[in-house]
Design a protein around this ligand. Structure first.
Ligand code: C2E
Ligand code: MG
Ligand code: MG
Ligand code: MG
Length: 281
């Protein structure tokens, strides 16, 4: 009875079920075909410095634009890709797309920071830091313009290898962000061991912070912790003006969320910049 109860209560036991059901309509063959056919596209979500109100960067969020099935969100295929060694093809494609788009942002007169999400498996390839910095140098993009976002669980999978690669990425000048902070395991160990430059407070805390004292305390502690460790703080999931103002008052550095902007296509992003900030089009 005890074992049974434990299984019922352990949330992690539900995740294989959830991922199977959400990906079942999209098979591995479908995904392979989609990657080869260049159906992947990037939406960009602005990241705004709370103190100055300036757009300091964008998070690159992948989608799959399928000619028959329409837009497919990352929750539907990243897990599938991770389970089948396809993540590196996605990461490569995402980097290619970001490199192309970076030039277009520069034409608008902004040299943004772009945050790219990577998975645990990306941190198994020792040649990644060198390869990436060469690729960027060839097109004149400074490595400092790129932040890699990693979830706590990504780092956990193979801590010593991933630490090695993270250190090499830092040495090349890339920034590193710990994503969805507070929702993984052993967060403090990872902050202690890994060379993160940015802490992204998970949206589950940010969204509840004004209605729930405990969520508020966690947000405050995250901001304090990041400051002590000389990291920048980003709050994700900022949906209201009230939350925006509170985060600003608390000294959070950057906000990202629907209150200011949803993830947008490059075209929509450029239009948004033009109307919000009068940036030349
Ligand atoms: P994430 O990195 O935590 O990205 C933030 C997610 O929150 C995005 O969902 C974004 O659309 C959503 N979001 C942003 N602002 C708000 C808000 O104010 N309210 C709410 N409710 N949600 C908001 P999306 O684009 O569906 O991405 C989901 C996850 O997929 C990402 O979570 C990231 O872990 C993963 N992902 C996205 N692109 C890539 C990629 O290129 N490679 C890899 N490996 N993973 C990716
Ligand atoms: Mg992210
Ligand atoms: Mg999150
Ligand atoms: Mg996140």
């Amino acid at each position: 009875i005890y074992t049974h109860k434990k299984i019922m209560l352990d949330k992690t036991d539900l995740s294989p079920l959830i991922s199977t059901s959400s990906t079942s309509l999209f098979t591995l063959a479908d995904l392979q075909h989609a990657i080869e056919s260049h159906y992947l596209i990037i939406f960009y979500q602005p990241q705004i410095e709370l103190r100055s109100g300036k757009v300091v960067g964008f998070e690159a969020l992948v989608r799959l634009q399928h000619p028959e099935r329409g837009m497919i969100f990352p929750d539907q295929f990243i897990g599938l890709a991770e389970q089948n060694n396809l993540i590196s093809s996605i990461t490569n494609e995402v980097i290619d797309l970001v490199i192309t788009d970076y030039g277009l942002f520069c034409e608008k007169g902004i040299e943004p920071n772009i945050s790219i999400n990577i998975s645990a498996q990306d941190l198994l390839d020792l040649s990644l830091p060198e390869q990436l910095s060469t690729r960027l140098a060839n097109v004149g993009i400074p490595t400092g313009a790129i932040t890699f976002e990693l979830t706590e669980s990504a780092v956990l999978t193979s801590i010593s290898d991933s630490l090695d690669i993270m250190n090499r990425l830092r040495m090349k000048g890339f920034a590193l962000s710990i994503d969805d902070f507070g929702t993984g395991h052993s967060s403090l160990v990872q902050l202690y061991q890994a060379p993160f430059t940015e802490l992204k407070i998970d949206r589950s805390f940010v969204m509840k912070m004004l209605d729930d004292d405990e969520a508020m305390s966690i947000v405050k502690v995250c901001i304090y912790l990041a400051k002590e460790l000389k990291m920048e703080t980003v709050a994700e999931g900022v949906e209201t003006e009230e939350i925006w103002n509170k985060l600003k008052e608390l000294g959070c550095d950057i906000a990202q969320g629907f209150y200011r902007a949803k993830p947008m296509s490059l075209k929509a992003c450029c239009d948004w910049l033009t109307t919000e900030f009068n940036i030349k089009s």
